[in-house]
Design a protein around this ligand. Structure first.
Ligand code: MG
Length: 382
């Protein structure tokens, strides 16, 4: 029997690559629902090809362009209501940003598999997500390439045999630049990632290293290791997607060409492995693999992520919300590249920590972080 898939965030980079994987394995998977924010043209095309029972979109759409009988959700909470209504075998969570938290909590209640590409919901949701997973018996499988690599490498030993999780980072386009040189980088430079083709926000986060900061916290949420057991290595080639070091000194690394369809497929087919549409990796000596330390004193986004993770409570939410707000300001041309760090630093300093035990507390912390960034930027103008 085919497994039914609900795809939340169907028109973005992960969403469209998930559709690719489903197309390649049309004999294994069917799509029961699609959601997106506002790209209705892509949604119409996907819906007419995949014939889902449901679609959800935040903006208005033309029902006449969807297959007859499609059930439609619209409005700001459309994805969350779709996640509640659908009882798919697998929910792929590919919505970007903090906005994925409520749909994630809704999907968990079905007690099925969630293949998660969104890291912000884990960073902010923390124990709330853990408690819901335990209560409803849902299974969470990572799509983020680093977390998928760690998930796979962890299958080679017992938990108490693990010494550390080693996240790799490409370093983004500016890895070799000095802080002085970073002052003048353009938006086009920041969006020119050397190894991965991704959405705009995550590409910026890769350049600022906030993506790696979020992944440090994400790894802690997914695998339940503390800050002292998670490290980062810069690996510009993006061939080794992450590693697990065991107590005997063995390091298990996960390697492939950088192609998100591979971790997407594994999260869908796990525990099975099967043929994929991805190009196989051919290792040869003309393409050396390099590794460099990621100095937290140079990469402030990484240092602040460790601080937020150690503080826990609402601080990871503040870290994320401030970064989302600063990224918006950067895309709008209101601040420079290097200012993003200062915005997040200001928010982390302005907001007092408290336990993140309800969705309301987390939502308030997210809002406060964005407001703190706005106040910081307004204060700086004077
Ligand atoms: Mg990643």
């Amino acid at each position: 029997m085919k497994r039914s898939v609900l795809l939340l965030g169907c028109t973005g980079s992960i969403g469209t690559q998930t559709v690719d994987v489903i197309r390649y394995h049309a004999d294994r998977f069917s799509v029961v629902g699609l959601s997106c924010k506002s790209d209705v043209e892509t949604l119409y095309a996907q819906a007419n090809e995949l014939r889902p029972r449901y679609v959800a979109v935040e903006t208005p759409l033309d029902p006449g362009r969807l297959p007859q009988g499609t059930e439609i959700f619209t409005g700001a909470d459309a994805a969350e209501r779709l996640a509640k209504a659908s009882d798919a075998d697998v929910t792929v969570l590919a919505i970007s940003g903090y906005a994925a938290l409520r749909p994630l909590l809704a999907a968990i209640k079905h007690g099925k598999r969630i293949a998660i590409a969104n890291k912000e919901s884990l960073v902010c949701g923390g124990r709330l997500v853990d408690a819901a997973l335990a209560l409803y018996g849902a299974e969470l499988l990572p799509i983020d390439s680093e977390q998928s690599a760690i998930f796979q490498a962890l299958q080679n030993g017992r938990r108490n045999e693990v010494k550390s999780l080693i996240l790799t980072a490409s370093g983004g386009p500016f890895f070799r630049k000095t802080r002085g040189e970073l002052k003048n980088v353009s938006l086009a430079d920041a969006l020119n990632h050397p190894t991965w083709k991704m959405g705009r926000k995550i590409t910026l986060d890769s350049a600022t290293l906030f993506n790696k900061g979020l992944e440090i916290i994400e790894a802690s949420r997914l695998f339940h290791f503390d800050a002292e057991h998670i490290s980062v290595l810069i690996h510009p080639q993006s061939i080794v997607h992450s590693m697990v070091e065991y107590r005997d000194g063995t390091v298990m690394a996960n390697m492939s060409k950088p192609d998100m369809r591979l971790p997407i497929q594994y999260a869908l087919t796990y525990p099975e492995r099967t043929e994929s549409p991805c190009e196989p990796l051919k290792l040869d000596l003309t393409h050396p693999l390099e590794f460099y330390p990621a100095d937290p004193e140079r990469f402030h986004a990484i240092r602040m992520a460790y601080d937020a993770l150690r503080a826990d409570g609402i601080m990871p939410t503040v870290y994320n919300g401030a970064n989302e707000r600063a990224a918006e300001a950067y895309f709008a041309g209101r601040i420079g590249f290097i200012d993003i760090e200062d915005c997040v630093d200001a928010a982390l300093n302005a907001i007092e920590n408290r336990p993140a035990d309800t969705i309301e507390t987390i939502a308030a912390a997210d809002k406060a972080a964005r407001y703190a960034v706005d106040r910081f930027l307004a204060g700086r103008k004077q």
